[in-house]
Design a protein around this ligand. Structure first.
Ligand code: MHQ
Length: 264
């Protein structure tokens, strides 16, 4: 049996790794994550590409802008929850995720699902006119005016724009998504060591793909985006608290249970 050194994959951080990782294994992890991403991506990039011309009309934009704050929040919470359901399905198919204890699966999803939705938003973003695929057509950020949280919307659109600028392929998006989700630094994890072990494999899978694509420079840029994702998610939670104070009954009776479970 070849050692990890012979296979060209090793972790320079630990001299003696008790869990040897073969190149074959890392390639399997890669393929599995990419497959899971494809199966749960809600829309395929080719399809979105073909729909780029579908923009909301002036009248349609006006109709969204004329909604009341609580009506528009309710609408967006529903759309966001739909996107989150696909993210949960993706998580469950990441090798090693289902083997984590239930507490840790929930902790990772609570802290990571919105981050993943934001990563996925970049796939649905058209940089030519700064629009995102929402409700069947492409929408600029002015469409979300009645949410009354322009700073959050602007931050989400800016992130989508900056992620698009990295020109990631679908494999890279898939592995970056897994990396964002499997984060051993999240508070309240019960079996941090097991999360770290899954994390290591995802990191190896990502650096392996980037090495193969001759794009190792991307790794550093992707790690920079993690902090931005985190700040947008805190802003989302902050806005939700503000909204809940204004419209407690809307949140209580009309928001999807999954949305409340993850963010409430
Ligand atoms: C998905 C499609 C999609 C749907 C909804 C007010 C509130 C509840 C949330 C999009 C924060 C506001 C979201 C609607 C804002 C950051 C939310 C509101 C990919 C993601 C995407 C485009 C969501 C992105 C984040 C949006 C704009 O397949």
């Amino acid at each position: 049996l070849m050692s990890r050194g012979d296979m060209g994959i090793y972790d320079p951080e630990d001299i003696f790794c008790p869990y040897p990782t073969s190149l074959l294994h890392i390639e399997e992890v890669c393929a599995s994550i990419v497959h899971s991403h494809r199966e749960t991506s809600q829309y395929r990039v080719e399809d979105l590409q073909a729909l780029r011309w579908k923009l909301f009309s002036r009248e349609e934009i006006h109709a969204y802008q004329s909604k009341s704050v609580d009506e528009m929040w309710q609408h967006c919470a529903l759309r966001l929850t739909e996107a989150v359901q696909y993210v949960v399905e993706f998580a469950k198919r990441i090798p090693g995720f289902r083997q984590l204890c239930q507490n840790d699966q929930i902790v990772l999803l609570k802290s990571g699902s919105m981050e993943l939705v934001l990563v996925r938003m970049s796939r649905m973003f058209n940089t030519e006119n700064s629009t995102v695929f929402f409700d069947g057509k492409f929408a600029g950020k002015e469409l979300f005016k009645s949410l009354a949280c322009n700073d959050l919307i602007t931050a989400a659109f800016d992130l989508a724009h900056n992620l698009c600028a990295l020109r990631l392929n679908e494999q890279q998006v898939a592995l970056f998504s897994a990396l964002v989700l499997i984060n051993a630094d999240r508070p309240c994890l019960e079996e941090r060591g097991r999360v770290e072990r899954v994390r290591k494999e995802v990191e190896l899978a990502l650096s392996h793909t980037l090495h193969r694509d001759n794009q190792e420079g991307l790794l550093h840029k992707l790690y920079q985006k993690v902090a931005v994702l985190k700040s947008i998610c805190s802003l989302h939670i902050e806005k939700l608290r503000w909204f809940r104070q204004l419209y407690p009954l809307t949140v209580h009776s009309l928001f999807p249970p999954l949305y409340k479970e993850l963010f409430g």
